[in-house]
Design a protein around this ligand. Structure first.
Ligand code: NAD
Length: 354
């Protein structure tokens, strides 16, 4: 199992180091893994003048899976757009052909009080958001800023989805729903946008191949509202790139801290890019206080989805549950009466509980 390790920027190196500790602990128990590190994002720009250096892309393509920290930092915000760290992220996703982003929002009972919603609204929450990742308005052409006929500047972006793109993400959604509670909610804006009218039509037709899955449709504005009103009505949600970007961040907050939420991005053969849902948190970088659990849980998703190693994935997830039960808390999830824990201490505690 070859894993490319791309720490990136900000808190990336600190949190990835903890996930690597966990993988190495599993390796010392006999799991065969090979880890190789490379630069991405601002670190890629600093090292090679490119947020996705060629060597990094090659390593990602030669590996079975990629474990990524996060990219971005204020010092890069004035660079020309193609040189900005986020471009490295968009390009590696595109280059690896990962089109399905899986973002679980799971509320650990110990952290119910960290949510801003009432405990009875969120306790027992377990949602999987499946977001399409390589199409939609983020990639559609034409795009840009140009002068219009009145001599005024106008910004242009284009929302597009082809039938095959919709079909392949819907398939992922249906298959995941089959492994969970068999409820799939497709989120669109079919009342206004033709792109998502096509989305709705194709998802509906595919329900014939998955008759055991209860399919529903919801407009994105309602979905945003329902996520905070009654989030437990959802099991699996599928949606396009821009709606998924926003809804998955919203869902993450239901669980209290973005520092707890892993993600997986898969291609058609389950090769994957695994990363925490949060960014590079430059405000707390270098202080050894970031929460590494989202990254450690991303490594667990890697074991499950790419390496098909359910046993090791569950071992890691159970170790995380145990450290929470033992009261270990990084500052973002700290409450009175629990143990304030640094990023590296949290990594050590997970390893001890494996
Ligand atoms: P962010 O997710 O980095 O941070 C938002 C807030 O959450 C901050 O207060 C931060 O301290 C906190 N936070 C995030 N992760 C945490 C963790 N593991 N433990 C404890 N606290 C944590 O989002 P932002 O501030 O909007 O963006 C910062 C930079 O990250 C920007 O350059 C942005 O472009 C980039 N970014 C990268 C990704 C990615 O790499 N996937 C995603 C989002 C943002």
């Amino acid at each position: 199992m070859k894993i490319a390790v791309l720490p990136g920027d900000g808190i990336g190196p600190e949190i990835v180091a903890q996930a690597v500790k966990v993988l190495k602990a599993l390796a010392s128990d006999g799991m065969k893994i090979e880890l190789e590190q490379a630069h991405i994002g601002g670190a890629g720009y600093d090292a090679a003048g490119d947020p996705l250096p060629e060597a990094t892309m090659k390593l990602a393509q030669d590996s079975d899976a990629v474990l990524l920290g996060a990219v971005g930092g204020w010092q890069y915000d004035t660079l020309p757009r193609p040189m900005r760290p986020e471009q490295g992220l968009l390009r590696i996703r595109k280059g690896m052909g990962v089109f399905a982003n899986l973002r679980p929002a799971l509320l650990y009972p110990e952290l119910a009080s960290a949510s801003t919603l009432k405990p009875e609204v969120v306790s027992g929450l377990d949602i999987m958001i499946v977001r399409e990742l390589t199409g939609d308005i983020y990639f559609g052409q034409p795009r840009g800023i140009q002068l219009n006929e009145n001599g005024e500047r106008e910004g242009i972006n284009t929302m597009r989805y082809s039938e095959s793109e919709i079909r392949r993400i819907a398939k992922v959604g249906y298959e995941i729903a089959m492994k969970r509670n068999r409820k799939l909610c497709s989120v669109d804006k079919a009342n206004v946008l033709e792109t998502t009218e096509l989305w709705r039509e194709i998802v509906t037709v595919m329900n014939k191949d998955y008759p055991d899955v209860e399919l529903s449709h919801m407009y994105v504005d309602n979905a945003a509202m329902q996520l905070v009103r009654a989030p437990k009505q959802f099991d699996v949600m599928i949606t396009g790139n821009i709606f998924g970007d926003i809804l998955s961040d919203e869902a993450s907050m239901l669980t209290g801290s973005i520092g707890m939420l892993p993600s997986a991005s898969l291609d058609a053969c389950n090769k994957g890019l695994y990363e925490p849902s949060h960014g590079s948190a430059p405000d707390i970088a270098g202080q050894d206080i970031a929460n590494p659990l989202a990254t450690i849980l991303s490594a667990a998703m890697m074991l499950r989805y790419t390496f098909n190693n359910e046993e090791s994935a569950t071992r890691v997830e159970n170790a995380v549950k145990k450290v929470l039960a033992q009261g270990y808390r990084t500052v973002d999830i700290y409450t009175e009466g629990t143990r304030k824990t640094s990023c590296s201490e949290m990594g050590d505690a997970v390893v001890k509980n494996l």
